[in-house]
Design a protein around this ligand. Structure first.
Ligand SMILES: [Zn+2]
Length: 258
């Protein structure tokens, strides 16, 4: 190798060596939120309920109580209902020891949002509402439709939240008939899967009044623990726990993002 080409070779190696740590440290500078799709505690199932607070919440809480289970509720700020109008429902969930997570303010597909600010605008007001109503800041959020990208994960991480999806879908959001949802749960039970995060919707009357009453006792009888997502992951459900506020003019959904 001639001197000139050796120097060029050495320089290119040097720049390569230098370039790699730089790229690495740049990547590490933006932490991405963890995405959980399955639990870790053996023989545990986390029943999750999205899109509330909703009028069927009462039935779900009754069904959970009956079987001695804890559930997880991913709440919207203003989707089917305004969270401030159903504040007592949120208090009921919390006081009965279930977990509350965020499901964004108005349920957009977060992948379609163009800027970090738009994503923050979907997360911040939910956290504010939960702090006002029950005094908690959730450590977990479920992206609507289970859809996310790296920008969503980066924003969630910067807000101290991890993402929670699922590894079993009851099919209630696509209008699966009750018998088919029951059959899906029965097949799941038969598969003997060790840990499960099950997707359900608080807004489905069938789920609230029939489906979970049918299937939850079967899992209980098979020796499963019916726990929250935080419980079955061994994580904290909330970043902050404080004192709830009292209703004032800020308890409104009129200022939230559409
Ligand atoms: Zn949803």
């Amino acid at each position: 190798m001639q001197l000139k080409s050796f120097v060029l070779f050495a320089l290119s190696v040097a720049s390569f060596v230098v370039a790699v740590p730089n790229a690495e440290s740049k990547r590490q500078a933006v932490p991405l939120a963890a995405v959980y799709t399955t639990c870790v505690k053996p023989r545990t199932i986390a029943f999750t309920f999205d899109d509330g607070p909703h009028i069927y919440n009462y039935d779900i809480l009754e069904a959970l109580k009956k079987v001695g289970a804890k559930g997880t509720f991913f709440l919207n700020g203003n989707n089917w209902n305004c969270i401030y109008d159903l504040d007592q429902t949120v208090r009921n969930i919390h006081s009965e020891g279930h977990q509350i997570g965020s499901h964004t303010w108005s349920h957009p597909n977060l992948k379609t949002l163009k800027t970090k600010e738009e994503i923050i605008a979907q997360l911040q007001p939910v956290d504010d509402a939960l702090m006002k109503i029950v005094g908690v800041k959730p450590a977990m959020m479920r992206p609507p439709y289970g859809e996310y990208n790296d920008m969503v994960r980066a924003v969630a991480a910067s807000r101290g939240q991890s993402l929670v999806n699922w590894d079993f879908d009851s099919g209630d959001s696509i209008g699966l008939p009750l018998k088919d949802s029951v059959a899906a749960y029965d097949a799941l039970l038969k598969s003997n899967q060790s840990t499960i995060i099950a997707l359900n919707h608080e807004t489905s009357q069938t789920t609230a009044q029939k489906l979970i009453e049918d299937v939850m006792p079967k899992f209980k009888a098979a020796g499963y623990t019916l726990d929250t997502v935080a419980g079955c992951l061994g994580l904290e459900p909330y970043q902050n726990v404080g004192i709830p506020g009292t209703r004032d003019a800020s308890w409104t959904c009129t200022n939230g993002p559409k």
